[in-house]
Design a protein around this ligand. Structure first.
Ligand SMILES: [Zn+2]
Length: 78
Protein backbone atom coordinates (compact mmCIF):
# COMPACT_ATOMS: atom_id res chain seq x y z
CA UNK A 1 0.00 0.00 0.00
CA UNK A 2 1.32 3.41 -0.92
CA UNK A 3 2.07 5.72 1.94
CA UNK A 4 0.24 9.00 1.94
CA UNK A 5 0.90 12.29 3.65
CA UNK A 6 -0.87 12.27 7.02
CA UNK A 7 -1.70 15.92 6.58
CA UNK A 8 -3.04 16.21 3.02
CA UNK A 9 -3.22 12.60 1.71
CA UNK A 10 -0.83 13.19 -1.18
CA UNK A 11 0.82 9.87 -2.16
CA UNK A 12 4.39 9.90 -0.89
CA UNK A 13 5.72 7.59 -3.59
CA UNK A 14 5.77 10.37 -6.18
CA UNK A 15 9.16 12.10 -6.33
CA UNK A 16 7.71 15.61 -6.31
CA UNK A 17 5.94 14.95 -3.01
CA UNK A 18 8.93 13.57 -1.15
CA UNK A 19 10.49 15.82 1.43
CA UNK A 20 12.56 15.37 4.57
CA UNK A 21 9.71 13.78 6.53
CA UNK A 22 8.62 10.15 6.28
CA UNK A 23 5.05 10.96 7.26
CA UNK A 24 4.32 14.19 5.43
CA UNK A 25 4.79 15.48 1.90
CA UNK A 26 7.17 18.34 1.26
CA UNK A 27 4.28 20.78 0.82
CA UNK A 28 3.13 20.22 4.40
CA UNK A 29 6.55 20.52 6.00
CA UNK A 30 9.31 23.08 6.29
CA UNK A 31 12.86 22.45 5.07
CA UNK A 32 13.63 20.40 8.20
CA UNK A 33 10.61 18.12 7.82
CA UNK A 34 8.54 19.72 10.58
CA UNK A 35 4.82 19.89 9.97
CA UNK A 36 3.69 23.40 9.07
CA UNK A 37 0.99 25.19 11.05
CA UNK A 38 -2.65 24.29 10.56
CA UNK A 39 -3.33 27.63 8.87
CA UNK A 40 -0.46 27.23 6.40
CA UNK A 41 -1.51 23.73 5.42
CA UNK A 42 -5.13 24.82 5.12
CA UNK A 43 -4.15 27.65 2.78
CA UNK A 44 -2.23 25.17 0.64
CA UNK A 45 -5.12 22.72 0.46
CA UNK A 46 -7.56 25.54 -0.37
CA UNK A 47 -5.28 26.62 -3.22
CA UNK A 48 -5.05 23.06 -4.48
CA UNK A 49 -8.86 22.69 -4.38
CA UNK A 50 -9.47 25.90 -6.28
CA UNK A 51 -6.88 24.86 -8.89
CA UNK A 52 -9.04 22.01 -10.17
CA UNK A 53 -12.57 22.85 -9.02
CA UNK A 54 -14.03 25.29 -11.49
CA UNK A 55 -16.03 28.24 -10.22
CA UNK A 56 -15.22 27.62 -6.56
CA UNK A 57 -15.13 30.75 -4.44
CA UNK A 58 -12.40 31.65 -1.95
CA UNK A 59 -14.83 31.04 0.92
CA UNK A 60 -15.93 27.64 -0.45
CA UNK A 61 -12.35 26.48 -0.94
CA UNK A 62 -11.55 27.47 2.66
CA UNK A 63 -14.56 25.56 3.95
CA UNK A 64 -13.76 22.50 1.90
CA UNK A 65 -10.14 22.59 3.02
CA UNK A 66 -11.34 22.72 6.63
CA UNK A 67 -13.65 19.77 6.03
CA UNK A 68 -10.94 17.82 4.21
CA UNK A 69 -8.48 18.32 7.06
CA UNK A 70 -10.91 16.93 9.63
CA UNK A 71 -10.49 13.54 7.93
CA UNK A 72 -6.68 13.66 8.06
CA UNK A 73 -4.77 11.94 10.90
CA UNK A 74 -2.52 14.96 11.39
CA UNK A 75 -5.44 17.31 12.01
CA UNK A 76 -8.33 15.19 13.25
CA UNK A 77 -9.71 16.50 16.51
CA UNK A 78 -10.53 13.98 19.16
ZN1 LIG B 1 0.94 16.87 2.66
Amino acid sequence: MAKCCLSCSMPLDSPEAQGPSKHYCKYCTDAKGNLKSREEVKAGIAMWLSSWQEGITEKQSQERAEHFMQAMPAWAED
